[in-house]
Write a protein that binds this ligand. Structure first.
Ligand SMILES: Cc1cc2nc3c(=O)[nH]c(=O)nc-3n(C[C@H](O)[C@H](O)[C@H](O)COP(=O)(O)OP(=O)(O)OC[C@H]3O[C@@H](n4cnc5c(N)ncnc54)[C@H](O)[C@@H]3O)c2cc1C
Length: 418
């Protein structure tokens, strides 16, 4: 790879993201004035400090702040047409979540593909050093190296940078996409099984079949305010004729929509949250009165390799914050990544049922599914109104979810009650 002459700009200052719901709400309210046309005009620009996007994803991913709350706050301020772009982006998350939930084998395929790619690191000459250079920002492709370091140091990348990075990873550097998706999951504070896996598959041409995303030098220069030299990059990045969609099997048919569940109010109940939903407001509004609450987290399950300490700390702190908010309603148990602690909690509290906000496909669900048969009492998994409204539409592409936007927004009042 060519060594560029351009000096690397300093890593953009990380945005401050305290791991509390209060900080998430502050951030949402500070962002609202920019959520209308300003967002539509500026959102594609990847600039220091990320002035044109919300940087709410680390909170939304864990549902310390919910999609319904974000959409509701935006709709209180703007006509749907004015904030259409921002609302659509929130719905992309919902769409990916729903799509994977109804095709869980895609997550398993990714995991198996990752194992195979890791095996190749041991056997294929040069692959390990190319992978290490990419993760450590030593490829000589200046913006790519910048984003690799920015990701590791700050836990966040702008959406456009993620697209360019993923494209260069697989189409220019020709590294297995699963290793790149894993690199993201290990370092992104918002690392999410659905948005991450399906976005990498989209860049590869596996999600929208045959439609591949190619990073272009002129596009990078334009949307980074000329921070990178388009001419140098033009010589480095894969040309159109060098980029072909990856091959893969047909998408599986969508599984039925998961059903909502109700608990028995007469039984002694524990609330068990996971890192996928740390705001149990919808359960309070449905009348849940638990004796005790706890949180089971699984950040280490995001990768077979070591997950960044930023990620584990952020997840654990957000979980602590969620539990502290429950303390005014019930006893509190542990925040833990160890299922044995949850077994002890359930047994010591003499629980007769355990209510868990529905946990979608991913590491937390895997951990919960392994634990559930060992718990002394049945697990009940209620579904949020937002998810129940959106999941039926995840049968094909994003368009269907987009056209049903209004129907999904009807879930906002129910999903935001406390
Ligand atoms: C290769 C790749 C990997 C990605 N991995 C993740 C991931 O692991 N976790 C994750 O949350 N997002 C992921 N995204 C989607 C998107 O990049 C981030 O959600 C977005 O950049 C978050 O920044 P923000 O909160 O400032 O977004 P904003 O632009 O302010 O958007 C508001 C919210 O809408 C949602 N959103 C916005 N864009 C997208 C999108 N393209 N897809 C899905 N949801 C979106 C997010 O919840 C976001 O917080 C990935 C995208 C790509 C291309």
């Amino acid at each position: 790879m060519l060594e560029t002459e351009l000096p690397l700009p300093a890593i953009d200052q990380p945005v401050r993201l305290p791991a509390t719901r209060a900080a998430a709400l502050d951030r949402l309210h500070a962002f609202l004035p920019g959520a209308g046309r300003a967002y539509a005009n500026g959102r594609n620009h990847d600039l220091p400090g990320h002035p044109h996007v919300s940087v709410l994803s680390p909170y939304i991913r864990h549902r310390a702040l919910t999609e319904a709350e974000v959409a509701g706050a935006v709709l209180d301020k703007y006509a749907p047409s004015t904030a259409e772009k921002f609302l659509q982006e929130v719905l992309w998350r919902t769409y990916f979540k729903s799509w994977l939930e109804r095709r869980p084998s895609i997550w398993l395929d990714y995991r198996q593909g990752l194992t195979r790619a890791q095996d190749r690191l041991a056997t294929e000459g040069g692959l390990r050093s190319a992978w290490e250079d990419a993760c450590e920002g030593r490829t000589g492709i200046a913006p790519f190296d910048h984003w690799a370091k920015q990701l590791v140091e700050t836990g966040y990348l702008h959406n456009h940078a993620r697209m360019w990075f993923a494209s260069i990873w697989m189409h220019t550097l020709r590294l297995p996409w699963q290793l790149g998706a894993d690199f993201f999951l290990r370092h992104l504070l918002d690392g999410d099984p659905a948005s991450n896996t399906l976005s990498w598959r989209w860049v590869a041409g596996l999600h929208t079949r045959g439609k591949v995303y190619r990073a272009r030098a002129s596009n990078i220069a334009k949307y980074t305010d000329g921070r990178w030299d388009a001419e140098t990059l033009g010589h480095q990045l894969a040309r159109e004729d060098q980029v072909t969609p990856l091959e893969g099997p047909e998408h599986p048919s969508p599984a039925p929509v998961p059903e909502d569940a109700t608990w028995d109010p007469a039984l002694r109940t524990g609330l068990l949250m996971t890192e996928d939903d740390l705001h149990p407001n919808f359960l309070w509004s449905r009348g849940l009165r638990p004796a005790t609450a706890a949180v089971l987290i699984a950040p280490d399950g995001r990768s077979p390799l070591a997950v960044s300490s930023h990620v584990t700390q952020f997840t654990s702190d957000l979980a602590q914050d969620a539990l502290a908010r429950c303390a005014e309603r019930c006893e509190t148990g542990p925040v833990t990544a160890d299922p044995e602690d949850i077994l002890a909690w359930a047994e010591d509290a003499g629980l007769e049922q355990i209510v868990v906000p529905y946990t979608p496909v991913g590491p937390a669900r895997e951990q919960l599914d392994r634990l559930a048969p060992r718990l002394p009492s049945p697990v009940v998994r209620p579904v949020r109104a937002w998810d129940a409204a959106a999941w039926p539409y995840a049968t094909a592409g994003f368009f269907k979810v987009k056209t049903k936007m209004g129907r999904i927004f009807e879930a906002i009042p129910q999903d935001t009650q406390t």
